[in-house]
Design a protein around this ligand. Structure first.
Ligand code: FMN
Length: 172
């Protein structure tokens, strides 16, 4: 099953997670799209879609929001996975619910909070100041949640087996 993995990432966490998902599903079955420079993605070429973004100051990137809204109908016709990078654990679910439209969240076969990183080496001066002030953290923290990523991969792979069985009659 051909899967589009579409993401936006400021400092590389979400990109790293997108690559882990691609590896888990098999790179040969996946195509990665970075919304920073790719907006016109032909979803008709794909059987399934996975979308990821990250939270900054309480919000997901506008490019992810715009992509979801612009492609809502096409996304509702395909198996969908949604994931989010963030660091504030208490607000994580609330941030997720605000990040993705309700229709897509309800339709998705997998919705995962995949953890996050505070990578000081990749932040500019202002970002370092904000993170220090808001979180009281002054050193890099790497907290990508591999278990949640594995769950998302398993959910999408399960759906892929179902798709194969119903389109070809072949059991994988
Ligand atoms: C300036 C800044 C603001 C952030 N604001 C939030 C926030 O409001 N809530 C949260 O959960 N995480 C916040 N984070 C943590 C990011 O979501 C985390 O660093 C994530 O891994 C970034 O992913 P990316 O590199 O793919 O953009 C913030 C990080 C930075 C650098």
């Amino acid at each position: 099953m051909k899967t589009a993995i579409i993401y936006r990432s400021h400092h590389g966490t979400t990109e790293k997670v997108a690559r882990m998902i691609s590896q888990g599903l098999g790179d040969e079955n996946c195509q990665l799209f970075n919304l920073k420079n790719q907006n016109n993605i032909d979803l008709a070429k794909f059987d399934a879609v996975i979308i990821g973004g990250s939270i900054h100051a309480g919000n997901i990137q506008n490019k992810v929001k715009e992509f979801c809204n612009k492609n809502m109908l096409a996304l509702l016709e395909k198996p969908l996975g949604l994931f989010l990078s963030s660091m504030e654990e208490k607000q994580a679910q609330e941030q997720f619910d605000k990040a993705y439209p309700e229709l897509l969240r309800r339709h998705a076969i997998s919705c995962k909070l995949t953890g996050g990183e505070f990578n000081f080496d990749r932040m500019n001066f202002l970002e370092k100041m904000i993170v220090r002030k808001v979180s009281g953290i002054s050193q890099s923290i790497f907290r990508i949640d591999e278990n949640r990523i594995k769950e998302l991969i398993d959910d999408m792979a399960g759906c892929s087996k179902f798709h194969l069985l119903h389109t070809t009659g072949i059991e994988n």
